[in-house]
Design a protein around this ligand. Structure first.
Ligand SMILES: [Zn+2]
Length: 233
């Protein structure tokens, strides 16, 4: 029986991470999904990650608890309001209150640690620099730097048994292109969750940046977003 190479995929339960899980699968990797529970992450988001992992038949799924509320500094980790009803222009510029300090660095470091433990050299992350242009840790130069660091920071890297690679195939795609790609790969977006401020029973708010970007992308494609929102429109 041939053994597939292993890859660690950061899986939030959102639309982008579900898409890269499918990408990593068609690329021929055995999937190890990592979900970081970083505080103020709603149970519905963790549930979404579990549903997606199950649907994609991952080999293993680790949920790691790292409570970033100990640091705060973000609308997602402190008691700050989530921005709502922002214009496209406002969403396209600046770093919003939902930015979590150094989050992708923290997440990639955890994924790298697990990858080394698994004997994997491939780490996948669903960042893109189109819809969230303001996030410093979604840019190609950040990912290249982290990849260089990964090969310096690990025993597997310095002993030369392989080279770590950070895969971010969505980096230059907008949300519409990501959804088209995911649908072609058979991703069921009804399983995913994007909202920053859902109701306790899992309805999305329709007004935060994540909801607006997601819904307008489905609309532009002439599709109905299959998840449930508070307001019908
Ligand atoms: Zn929302």
């Amino acid at each position: 029986m041939s053994q597939l190479p292993r890859a660690v995929i950061l899986l939030s339960g959102g639309l982008d991470s579900a898409t890269i899980l499918a990408e990593a699968k068609v690329a021929g990797f055995e999937l190890s999904a990592l979900t970081v529970r970083y505080g103020q992450r709603h149970a519905v988001e963790i549930e979404a990650a579990r549903r997606v992992a199950r649907a994609m038949s991952v080999a293993r799924h680790v949920e790691l608890e790292i409570d970033l509320r100990g640091f705060g500094g973000s609308a997602l980790t402190a008691d700050l309001p989530v921005p709502k009803d922002r214009s496209d222009q406002a969403m396209a510029h600046g770093i919003p209150a939902t930015y979590v300090p150094a989050r992708n660095t923290v997440f990639l470091a955890l994924a790298l640690a697990w990858a080394e433990a698994l004997g994997a050299f491939d780490v996948w992350i669903g960042v893109n620099c189109v819809d969230y242009s303001g996030y410093p840790d979604c840019r190609p130069e950040f990912l290249r730097s982290f990849e260089a660091l990964a090969n310096l920071a690990t025993r597997a890297g310095v002993e030369g048994s392989g080279r770590f690679r950070i895969h971010a195939p969505l980096l230059t795609l907008d949300k519409t292109q990501i959804i088209e790609r995911g649908i072609a790969l058979g991703v069921d977006y009804a399983l995913t969750h994007s909202c920053y401020d859902p109701t306790p029973d899992g309805l999305s708010c329709s007004r935060c940046d994540a909801c607006q970007i997601r819904r307008s992308a489905f609309n532009r494609l002439g599709l109905v977003d299959p998840i449930r929102y508070i307001s019908p429109d």
